[in-house]
Design a protein around this ligand. Sequence first.
Ligand SMILES: C[S@@+](CC[C@H](N)C(=O)[O-])C[C@H]1O[C@@H](n2cnc3c(N)ncnc32)[C@H](O)[C@@H]1O
Length: 352
Amino acid sequence: MSGANEVASATSIRAGGAESADMSLSDRQRPEGFQLTLMSAVAVTSTLASERPEGFPRTTSSTVRASEHASRSAQPGLMVSGSNTPAMSPADDTDPESDLETSHGYPRERAEFYHQRQVEGQRPDVEFYVERALGADGPVLEMACGTGRIYLPLLDVGVDADGFDRSADALALLRETAAEVGFTPSVWRADMTAFATDHTYDLVICPFNAVQHLLSIDAQLAALREAYRVLRPGGRLCFDVFVPRFEYITESYGETDTETVAYRGAPHEFRTLTELVDEVDQVIAVRTELVDPDGKRVFAERHRLKLLPRRELELLARLSPFEDWTVTRNFSDEPLEDGDAVQVWTLEKADQ
Ligand SMILES: C[S@@+](CC[C@H](N)C(=O)[O-])C[C@H]1O[C@@H](n2cnc3c(N)ncnc32)[C@H](O)[C@@H]1O
């Protein structure tokens, strides 16, 4: 299939069947000196591991069944307090499980670990979003910018970018990293379902499953409406979420994945447990924990994510104010196909 046809296929689910403008990435030259010096995150190593969503468990030889260590709640509903704590942290089970889930985003240690892990992991989305931003005609907004994994490389290449996140700790880390290299970030704390800004943008991005943090239809649509509101006519919203793959759900959910990782100069154990906590609404809980070499818990955190198959997102797109949309695969311009790990959505506001 030629590149042009691939693009055409990728646009085939557009509203009203309208074919659109070229979806190819910008061919604008990178500014001189483009280095992504901050992150060294440009290598496009499109491995399965790098496409695995944050907190998405792998089946490895070190994987252990949580059920071997803990009795689980028989309730298929929302996770019950304490049900997984012993399996995740025999070293320290004093924290009530319910304290782990917060509506304020990642706590500080979790944010730092996330940043190190994802930057080192060289997820291919960094280059993708940098290219998209360089191809935009004006300012860019990152909704849920977190620790600046994408946001800081945008500043690094001279993009006029704003960002916000609901996690004060993640934003503090972003500001510290920016200060170290002499950047002045324009970021603030806000929720993507309702946020204030005086600016309009040519591109709004929401990378790395952040949309999946929105659990209700109302919240999902509110975020889409907010993005639409702050886009100039002709502007685009771009976000990526993982494809809920039955293979992972059946083989990996409910098992603790344990990995040894270097953190602050010492080997730590990073444990992840993903569980389907609401089958009807297809909501998962991802619980992560980092344990130091002395067996002391560095952090434990849990967040819930909505599984979003393509058709559900298409229905949301149809209900949103956006006039046009496209879905592609794995940070490319090729159409999303069965077996792909990542769906990349681009929603367009019509020129007026
Ligand atoms: C997986 S991280 C992605 C961060 C960043 N976009 C990146 O690619 O590294 C998800 C982020 O979404 C943020 N988040 C979750 N729900 C949010 C909401 N309703 N409004 C704003 N930020 C939110 C979290 O605090 C977290 O920083």
